[in-house]
Design a protein around this ligand. Sequence first.
Ligand SMILES: [Zn+2]
Length: 216
Amino acid sequence: MRGADSRRLHTKYSKSQPPPQGASAAARAAGLDARRFSEYLNSNMAIRDILIAPDPRLKTVSDPVDTVDDDLRALMDDMLETMYAAPGIGLAAIQVGVPVRVIVMDLAREGDAPEPRFFVNPEILDQSDTLTSYAEGCLSVPEFYEDVERPDTVRIRYLDYHGKPCEEEARDLFAVCIQHEMDHLEGILFVDHLSRLKRASILKKLQKSRRLATAG
Ligand SMILES: [Zn+2]
């Protein structure tokens, strides 16, 4: 997901720079100590290509993950790097063409320490009756932002970066973002929540700009 406001994230860290101020908090969040976090940021993460709508692969229903192993963590590392570079605040694996139920996210504000988060096989256990509307954007639907209504609080269960089962309540932007990303796991884009006319118009513009890009 891409935020509509100024929640632009720090760009990726270069190898020559020390970890940013407060990185130890993020390291703790990622379950690493500061030294390991620095190594983690400097390791062999790769930026992958993000699929752009109306790419049919974005309609795939992603498969559950069997085991959270080093291969999966390598994918999650790449996804995080790809998301930071975009820049975005959330990314689902299918957006880089891998149909597994994995999401990465960082909702830290610009200038704050990074707070990378990883969600494997996320499920919604409960949701509020009250809805809230937020202007959503998506790295697979570049340049478009539209209001989408969703439950304002959801209770979620997932496996973390280490495969540990977690359960928590998501509110505010976290709730918006996790629901947006979980939609991707079902092959649903935020434009699918809009009127047919609006969706068709956005997808047509995206297709046209892609044709121009290919032609140019
Ligand atoms: Zn998205």
